[in-house]
Design a protein around this ligand. Structure first.
Ligand SMILES: [Zn+2]
Length: 257
């Protein structure tokens, strides 16, 4: 668990230290690091072909999200919806520009455009603040990356967005509170029953001290909500009190629910 200190804000140095693994240059330190750095630069070059210097939202020439799209995402703020898990009505806070934010998340996760992270962090920060509400001792719990996704990317995207956020006074972060305990298949293309079976019992809460703690679950993109429901159920089983869910984008896929 990571305590956030008095005001929850991290210094730029500590952020850079934590984000060091994101830099193709800095990741090259030591051992075979030069090879990793070279491969990352090749991969980044390829991603620039896929996502060239255009805004990932409006496709106008820009380095990262353009000013107009950044302003629109910020101005439109959040929407709140609810999911029901084990009889509890859980509020889900996410951007009022879900498709725009989904594109930005994709640019970050799939094309390694790390310069967009501040836009994502701003949305997530707002959602977390709303979900925390008056629960000053709340714990922020992100849905962990799967080992398959970690092997593919080499880092945990949501963690790198989360550590750019400032948090309300007194909250803590439980980066290791949830754990995948068995491999799962890619959810895309699975029907309702298959998604449920794929995720059932796959996430557990490893945080022994979470009973009675108000928790804000965090995810980047929510689609059918199957992963969120599985995570909330694992946290409830461990005795946590769920304040809400903060997501960057909720792109609804009702057909698979
Ligand atoms: Zn734009």
């Amino acid at each position: 668990m990571l305590n956030c200190g008095h005001d929850g804000a991290m210094t730029e140095n500590s952020r850079q230290e934590r984000l060091g693994g994101l830099s193709p240059i800095r990741s090259g330190a030591g051992g075979t690091g030069w090879l990793k750095a070279a491969l990352q630069n090749v991969r980044r070059g390829w991603s620039d072909l896929v996502f060239p210097a255009w805004c990932p939202v409006c496709a106008m020439p820009a380095r990262g999200v353009c000013g107009a799209c950044t302003a629109r995402i910020a101005a439109d703020g959040l929407v709140v919806e609810h999911v029901s898990v084990q009889g509890f009505d859980i509020p889900v806070y996410s951007s009022a520009q879900p498709e725009a934010c989904r594109r930005v998340v994709s640019a970050f996760k799939d094309a390694e455009h790390f310069e967009v992270v501040s836009v994502l962090a701003a949305v997530l920060e707002d959602g977390i603040t709303r979900a925390v509400g008056r629960h000053s001792a709340a714990r922020i719990v992100p849905i962990p990356t799967t080992s398959r996704a970690f092997r593919r990317r080499g880092y945990w995207p949501l963690k790198h967005i989360l550590i750019r956020c400032r948090f309300p006074v007194g909250v803590s972060i439980g980066l290791g509170s949830l754990e995948w305990v068995r491999p799962t298949h890619d959810q895309r293309g699975l029907d309702v029953r298959q998604r449920r079976e794929n995720l059932e019992g796959a996430l557990v809460c490893a945080d022994r001290g979470i009973a009675g703690v108000p928790v804000v679950l965090v995810d980047d993109v929510v689609t059918t909500g199957a992963t969120v429901r599985t995570a909330v159920a694992a946290l409830l089983d461990a005795g946590a009190s769920i304040c809400g869910v903060a997501a960057i984008s909720h792109v609804r896929q009702h057909a698979a629910d």
